[in-house]
Design a binder for this molecule. Sequence first.
Ligand code: ZN
Length: 254
Amino acid sequence: MVNYAAYCLGIPYVWGSIYLFDGQASVFAPTLAEDAPCYRCLYPEPPPPGMVPSCAEGGVLGVLCASIGSIQVNEAIKLLTGIGDPAIGKLVIYDALELEWRKLRVRKDPNCALCGENPTVTGLIDYDSFCGAISEEALDAAAGSTISVTTLEHMLKERDEGIRDFVLVDVREPNEAEINHIPGSVLIPKGEFLNGHALEQLPSDKQIVMHCKTGIRSAETLAIVKGAGYSDAVHVGGGVAAWVNQIDPSQPSY
Ligand SMILES: [Zn+2]
């Protein structure tokens, strides 16, 4: 979206990105030079929804923000003052663990949807649906299979009374579960569902109820569990955040 806005305004986009222990930076300025690429020349498609790890799963080494942010400011100063050679058409890659900087050439894509010869993006698009905050599979799985925290509280009570049986699975990361949790849940992080190991740990004769922090990750794992044959599996809308907000405000939130 920023790339598109910069392109429409005819101004350079000083870009930076960080993930785990790596960082990347570049300057996209297709309106300044004819052969200069834009962000979409480099990354034409967003990654599939659900494959982007949350901050809790992926995370970033904090000091990377300063390393890459400093590169961006340096590039902005160069562009504003007209000194030096801005990183147009160059991709700088920083590996913090190896303390290694690399510089790659990025070429303009003649088929780029935005700055190419026959652009297909000519107006603002719906970036939520383009980038898919939640995947089609997860949306399908969650339709009609989402319960509220009030329903869950009732179900847990019935489980305690022996009237009902199910397994409540928390798909967050262990450090998140240390902050707050829904009593009676078992922790199996989302990654275990993606690699298939979680399915071996689930009983085949009980209903599976899944929750995460807000209901995005649990919808993604719900799709996997339903795909494995657990047709009556459900997930908790709003996740533990809603639980703390509506059922147990004594627990901390994050
Ligand atoms: Zn482009």
